[in-house]
Design a protein around this ligand. Structure first.
Ligand code: GAR
Length: 187
């Protein structure tokens, strides 16, 4: 199988990145991670790039300069899929026009509910019965675009933000790889 060359964008912890790196080692998993991009110099996730000898870039300039620089590297590494894994910036229409439907994002709620920041606190405040995570194609609007897959679980009345995050991220580690497999199933 020819694995699709993939770039992962991060801004923070990188636990989804770590999970995707592990999965990508499976012979049958459709992608190989060739490049990691962070817009934060001290993002913990950069350590996974270093540990696994994957080239990485830190670009913490404004969006236009960031995207122009990234585009050069995406070309250089022949990237055909971009996974946003906790990447907390919106991509421009120009960038998305060039990369079309090759950019996917993971979000810790059942979209279209609870787009944006402070997701867990808003979910709890709203007394939701269930929650989960969503993987979707990216467009120029925040946490929007066609949905690829969702994972759902019921909220326990004892769940606080910390527990909700742990439970949601457990689902994310299943959802992101599953979405990637789904994308390439018919290729
Ligand atoms: C993930 O839970 C992801 O869903 C969320 O950031 C976290 C990153 O965790 N993304 C968003 O909220 C996007 N709007 P990680 O750095 O440990 O993978």
């Amino acid at each position: 199988m020819v694995k699709k060359k993939t770039c992962v964008f991060i801004s923070g912890n990188g636990s989804n990145l770590k999970n995707l790196i592990l999965k990508s080692r499976d012979y049958n998993f459709p992608i190989i991670i060739k490049l990691i991009v962070s817009n934060k110099k001290h993002a913990f996730g950069i350590n996974y790039a270093k540990k696994n000898s994957i080239p990485f870039l830190v670009v913490n300039t404004n969006r236009r300069l960031f995207e122009n620089k990234i585009l050069l590297y995406l070309k250089k590494y022949k990237i055909t899929l971009i996974c946003l894994a906790g990447y907390m910036r919106i991509l421009s229409k120009k960038f998305l026009n060039l990369y079309g439907n090759k950019v996917i994002n993971i979000h810790p709620s059942l979209l279209p509910k609870f787009k944006g920041l402070n997701t867990y606190s808003r979910i709890l405040k709203n007394s939701e019965i269930k929650t989960g995570c969503t993987v979707h194609y990216v467009n120029e609007k925040l946490d929007s675009g066609n949905i690829i897959t969702k994972k759902i679980f019921f909220i326990d009345p004892k769940d606080d933000e910390k527990l909700l995050k742990i439970k949601t991220q457990k689902k994310e580690y299943l959802a992101f790889p599953e979405a990637i497999i789904k994308i390439y199933r018919n290729y």
